[in-house]
Design a protein around this ligand. Structure first.
Ligand SMILES: [Fe+2]
Length: 298
């Protein structure tokens, strides 16, 4: 139908209906649990867990007052991703499987050992080849091959250095963990992108993600990384918001992660880089949202 342009009037800037003060759209929710273990409530309602390892695990670095996860509070887990197969990224898979039957996404090189070590049914495992892209209902997954840092000593198939007398498969898994380290780019159903960046091959990840643009960057705080090095890595990788991971392992000088994040943010600001680091409190759920609000409210 043709519009009668003679009937068009100017906008009423002072309508009877009041202006909204703000608007926001929920993007996702997440919590940091321990090591590289996070839970994400995704936009389609499904839940992703990364590298299952809980603070109460007897092998976890923890202090007397480190809060532990009440397993009754774990809730649903629909997907699990494994960055690498060391015990501190895998060994609480059985706790997740108690109440759930998630898809476990891991490098196919250690999928058999992972299945055997933690009695994960093969049907639940989605073995991936690093470098390839996979489509799941809740996200597209781009994968990047990388390296773990050098934690010293020789790797061996029996895993003599990391052997677990109670679980024969853990030694080999720990050995694979020194060899293979996969980073992930999750593109969610609302097009939000999470970069999960672990290990030392920052240049490889940056190259793979060049021109894509990360929204939320999860970057491993390597135990020895100074704020300057961490900030440089984040600049290469990109992202609007940065959340650290694996900062459970710390030295005296970097155990205060709030101070560390302040330093990183100072460095980013100084260089005019539009990125901000946020240090989440363990076990606390956070909301990521896109919002509009009046400048006066900032
Ligand atoms: Fe680790």
């Amino acid at each position: 139908m043709a519009t009668d342009i003679r009937a068009i009037k100017a906008l009423n800037d002072f309508p009877e209906t009041p202006y909204e003060k703000a608007a926001s759209q929920n993007v996702l929710e997440f919590r940091w649990i321990h090591g590289q273990c996070f839970q994400f409530r995704l936009p389609d309602g499904k839940v992703l867990m990364t590298d299952p390892f809980l603070p109460q695990n007897p092998k976890a670095w923890r202090r007397e007052d480190t809060p532990v996860l009440d397993l009754n509070e774990l809730g649903p887990v629909d997907y699990v991703t494994i960055n690498h197969s060391h015990f501190d990224h895998t060994s609480d898979l059985p706790a997740v499987f108690k109440e759930n039957s998630p898809i476990v996404i891991c490098d196919r090189i250690f999928a058999r050992e992972l299945s055997a070590a933690y009695q994960v049914p093969e049907y639940n495992i989605w073995p991936i080849v690093p470098g390839m892209t996979y489509q799941f209902d809740s996200f597209r997954l781009d994968t990047v091959a990388g390296k773990h840092n050098d934690i010293g000593g020789p790797c061996d198939l029996e895993g003599a250095r990391f052997i677990d007398p109670e679980n024969a498969m853990v030694g080999p898994l720990n050995s694979y963990g020194c060899l293979f380290n996969t980073s992930f780019l999750f593109t969610l159903t609302n097009h939000y992108r999470i970069g999960f960046a672990a290990g030392v091959d920052v240049k490889g990840m940056a190259e793979a993600w060049k021109g894509i643009g990360i929204d939320l960057l999860l970057r491993q705080r390597l135990v020895y990384a100074k704020p300057e090095e961490y900030a440089e890595d984040c600049k290469l990788l990109g992202g609007q918001l940065i959340v650290p991971m694996h900062h459970d392992a710390a030295f005296d000088w970097n155990a205060d992660m709030n101070a560390y994040a302040l330093d990183v943010n100072g460095l980013l600001r100084q260089d005019g880089v539009p990125m901000a680091m946020f240090n989440p409190q363990r076990l606390k759920w956070y909301k990521v949202q896109t919002s509009i609000c009046a400048e006066a409210m900032l």
